[in-house]
Design a protein around this ligand. Structure first.
Ligand code: PLP
Length: 480
């Protein structure tokens, strides 16, 4: 059955090249439902592991700019970017072409056999983008989780110590080391214990997790958490046993909460004082997502090790662990590696991403669209139509979130319970957006919706998405 269905459903319309600075969305014709839609979905439901959650029971047949086509015939505005990956839109013509060209030259060179041209060219492109010039030693892998695994290995090797401090609400992936430092939801580790030992959790300066009023100044939250870190280091893991602190510049799966600059500076000071490595995870917040190349730039803090992935290659599997040469020179050759690590096609795509980024002035678009997004979301928050049920609008650049009130909160002890709020507001809003033709994701254990549109999204498409979201929220609030 699948062999017969697949060719028809996978036939794609071609991408047109862009002619303006911000790539144009290619002309779209009316999408039609695939005659195989139902049978393909049934096949997938039967044979794809249940361990995968899914937002859509459909096949994604094509991606183009800010849109994806799906097998039920709909064309959806994509405010997920494949979870923060297709930052330049789906199938950016220049990135796809660079990958296709590389496919005709060298697909797999293997990083332990020799260098490849795209690997080196990518480093050349990335060096001037680094948040600190000391970040001059690169190792490319495939996924964000692998980058985190590598960062943990390096931190242990650089310090000769074992323990890792992670943030409450932090997310770093689903492999064993990454899962052990993930503290956003128990679903990621439930049933998979024992995890990697030696991991300690630090409260993160997020008002809701700390049971503080939502307008508590971040300085106050940061001071509390830094004090907790001092206690952690004197009560639970002595600095002499502590290899690293790992933190996302913007907590992603934990609710899209930017780490306050004073908190990051405080972590840096404590790390410097004790020779602890500061690992900054920019897997989701990197490559322009927050309006700067890397979100850590908002604080000016220097990472010892930085992890990147997602937007790096706009959809090709590629991640990176970046540190200082003086540190990575202590690694034994062979201690890092992987069959597909730093694949030549993925690197060629990433080189083109970096070039497009500069030439098409992507950061300018992020900052312009971000202002429009935030002012619309704040207006919606203030509007009587939402009855005060939007608790928080937050984020940076085009990594934005709306947190709704909840009638039950995350527990009976939740400090932010609003009995008049409809239940499961965020997932109902996401579902309603989907019915209206837009893909959007929830995040965290709270009622949070996150906005991750393409960084080159047009003003018109952003407005369209905001309109769909606004209508969805107002309808669900009315329905109660
Ligand atoms: C901050 C962060 N780190 C690590 C990961 C894991 O990346 P991957 O899913 O590519 O393994 C993610 C994925 O969402 C992430 O957001």
């Amino acid at each position: 059955m699948f062999r017969q269905c697949a060719p028809r459903i996978l036939k794609a319309r071609s991408c047109l090249p862009s002619s303006s600075t911000i790539p144009r969305i290619p002309q779209r014709t009316m999408a039609t439902a695939s005659p195989n839609h139902a049978s393909l979905v049934e096949f997938g439901q039967k044979h794809v592991t249940k361990g995968l959650g899914r937002q859509l029971e459909a096949v994604i047949t094509k991606g183009s700019g800010s849109y994806v086509s799906i097998s039920d015939g709909r064309e959806m505005l994509d405010f997920t970017s494949g979870i923060g990956v297709t930052n330049l839109g789906h199938c950016h013509p220049r990135v796809s072409k660079a990958a296709a060209d590389q496919c005709m030259n060298l697909v797999h060179g293997q990083c332990s056999i020799g260098f490849t041209g795209p690997y080196l060219e990518l480093i050349e492109q990335l060096l001037p983008m680094m948040p600190h010039p000391s970040l001059d030693s690169f190792y490319f892998w495939n996924s964000g989780s692998e980058a985190v695994e590598g960062a943990i290995k390096m931190a242990r090797m650089f310090t000769g110590r074992q323990n890792i401090i992670a943030m409450q609400g932090g997310y770093h992936g689903r492999t064993f080391g990454a899962m052990a430092v993930t503290k956003s939801k128990t679903i990621y580790s439930a049933g998979f214990h024992p995890l990697m030992p030696g991991v300690f959790t630090l409260p993160f300066p997020y008002w809701h997790q700390l049971s503080r009023p939502k307008d508590t100044p971040t300085e106050e939250l940061s001071a509390f958490c830094l004090n907790q870190l001092h206690l952690l280091l004197s009560q639970q893991t002595t600095p002499k046993d502590t290899a690293a602190i790992i933190i996302e510049s913007v907590i992603g799966e934990g609710g899209y909460v930017p780490a306050p600059p004073e908190f990051l500076k405080g972590l840096r000071e404590i790390c410097d004082q004790h020779g602890i490595m500061l690992i900054i995870d920019e897997v989701q917040s990197g490559f322009g997502r927050t309006g700067k190349n890397f979100a850590i730039e908002y604080s000016g803090v220097k990472p010892d090790i930085m992890t990147v992935a997602k937007g790096l290659a706009n959809g090709f599997p590629l991640s990176g662990i970046i540190s200082r040469k003086e540190l990575t020179d202590t690694l034994a050759p062979g201690s890092m590696g992987g069959t597909y690590a730093g694949n030549a096609v993925a690197c060629a795509a990433a080189v083109e991403v970096a070039k497009v980024f500069k030439e098409e002035k992507i950061l300018d678009n992020v900052n312009a669209r971000s202002q429009e997004l935030f002012s619309s979301l704040r207006a919606l928050q203030a509007s009587t139509s939402t009855k005060g049920l939007i608790a928080d609008v937050r984020g940076q650049g085009l990594m934005a979130a709306v947190e709704f009130a909840s009638p039950k909160g995350s527990s009976p002890h939740d400090s932010f319970i609003n009995p008049s709020a409809p239940e499961k507001l965020s997932s109902r809003v996401a579902k309603r957006c989907q019915e209206k033709g837009m893909l959007i994701l929830t995040t965290s254990v709270y009622e949070v919706i996150r906005f991750i549109p393409a960084l080159n999204i047009s003003k018109a498409d952003l407005e369209k998405g905001i309109k769909i979201f606004t209508e969805a929220v107002e309808e669900i609030v009315r329905e109660g």
